[in-house]
Design a protein around this ligand. Structure first.
Ligand SMILES: *Cc1c(COP(=O)(O)O)cnc(C)c1O
Length: 436
């Protein structure tokens, strides 16, 4: 059935959506006395209602048992991170739960992985990242160049879109990898770029990196819980992600880390060690020398942060129930509907008020669309907020001559076709109002 620009069509899609009931499992922020139209799950996912009881359970065990909660609690804290592995492995496409561990926060995990997997030697020193990369990732890779006494400007190669284009072509990424060849140590990209919403072809990029003898690792902050992945099959060396964006596990929440099975017993990889990475069976015997656990768990430093992990556990149960495949099916439709309505708004306005810079190809994006606002700046965005929409606005880069950008992410777990319809209606009315 062709898509239609009408509230009836949107409501009909919601009525037919097998995942529509998941929306009821989330708290919606209130704006002007009603549920906000929340399209900001790319930045901070909504709170699952079940988070509270999960955290309260741990508070209760702590209250009633003190230290005994480590082994006697309902969910013994000593093993708590294990309760998160299976659902996390399914989200990122790990072959087995030993390939993933939940620990720390995202940038910390990126550093831990870079320590192990960025091993510049001889002329093989270069790091490829994308542009624009998330600032934390830029700072992180620069600091690793410094750690090895290298100059970041000579070491970090930033992939850029062709003039007049907004996203990267896979062929250009691979050409750069081949050009750098035996000088390339590592490719470290955001799996889904935070700014453009482009989902990179991780399988092809990983193969190209390996073909020239380099390592491939990814920051999946905007990919985890957004797009299905097969990190194991794609031979990705490592990956890291946060849990507070699409994974709805709360501000500053805990983070995930993937290490491919092929590295699981490689004790030669240098790493920063801590007691929680030590062989679990003898950890509490406090051995003098570090014996890493097999797999990703061997990179743990500290004992598990139970309260943020309890929030994550609540959220992962929802993902396990919904399933990434079903979420992706809905997500493709929902984002295609947003795209359709934005194009329709341009036609109705008789001009290019909005330019979608996210790839049009469904395989090359997740749920987020990044939209240049060519006919209205921050005042248009403020109109959205006045009308109950929570989205994300970025000022244009200074001196770039570009427009400001609206990033909107209809999230398949809790957004509806009606949310998308109302958002574009309000956006279009905002333009008309500004022109009066
Ligand atoms: C959100 C995000 C971060 C944030 O890092 P934290 O350590 O969680 O503060 C880092 N990198 C990317 C690509 C992100 O999207």
């Amino acid at each position: 059935m062709p898509m239609e620009n009408s509230i009836e069509y949107a409501q009909q899609q919601d009525a037919q959506d097998p995942l529509s009931a998941f929306r009821n499992q989330f708290h919606f922020p209130q704006l002007h006395g009603k549920n906000a139209i929340y399209l900001c799950g790319n930045s901070l996912g909504l709170q699952p209602i079940s988070v509270r009881e999960h955290i309260e359970q741990e508070l209760l065990d702590w209250q009633n048992m003190g230290v005994e909660g480590h082994f006697e609690g309902k969910n013994p804290w000593y093993y708590y991170h294990h309760f998160l592995e299976e659902a996390s492995a399914a989200i990122v496409g790990a072959k087995k739960k030993e390939e993933v561990v939940i620990m720390n926060s995202l940038t910390v995990n990126l550093h831990l992985m870079m320590i192990s997997f960025y091993r510049p030697a001889g002329k093989r020193t270069k790091i490829i990242i994308e542009s624009p990369a998330f600032p934390s990732d830029q700072y992180a890779v620069d600091s690793h160049a410094h750690l090895h006494k290298l100059v970041p400007a000579d070491t970090v190669v930033e992939l850029a879109a062709r003039p007049g284009e907004n996203t990267l072509r896979t062929e250009d990424i691979i050409a750069t990898i081949n050009e750098i060849g035996d000088e390339l140590a590592i490719v470290m990209l955001g799996g889904v770029n935070y700014y453009t919403g482009q989902f990179f072809d991780l399988e092809k990029i990983t193969a190209a990196a390996h073909a020239v003898g380099a390592v491939a690792g990814y920051d999946l902050a905007h990919a985890a819980g957004n797009v299905p992945m097969k990190l194991h099959d794609w031979q990705v060396d490592f990956a890291v992600w946060c849990s507070y964006k699409y994974l709805n596990s709360g501000p500053g929440g805990t983070s995930g880390c993937f290490v491919h099975e092929k590295h699981e017993s490689n004790h030669e990889l240098p790493r920063l060690a801590g007691w929680w990475g030590n062989d679990e069976k003898i950890r509490f015997e406090m051995p003098r020398h570090f014996i890493p656990q097999r797999g990703a768990a061997g990179w743990q430093l500290s004992n598990a942060q139970i309260l943020p992990m309890a929030a994550h556990k609540a959220s992962l149960a929802i993902f396990a129930a919904a399933g990434m495949d079903r979420l992706r099916t809905k997500s493709e439709k929902l984002t295609a509907y947003l795209e359709f309505l934005i194009d329709a708004a341009n036609s109705a306005l008789g001009k290019n008020a909005f330019e979608i810079i996210t790839p049009r190809d469904k395989a090359a994006r997740g749920c987020q669309l990044s939209i240049f606002s060519l006919s209205g700046g921050k005042e248009l965005f403020d109109q959205l907020a006045l009308n109950g929409v929570i989205a994300d606005w970025r000022e244009p880069e200074k001196g770039s001559g570009k427009a400001g950008i609206i990033r909107v992410a209809p999230v398949p777990l809790y957004n509806s076709f009606e949310d998308v319809y109302q958002f574009v209606r309000i956006l279009k009315e905002g333009i008309l109002k500004n022109e009066q």
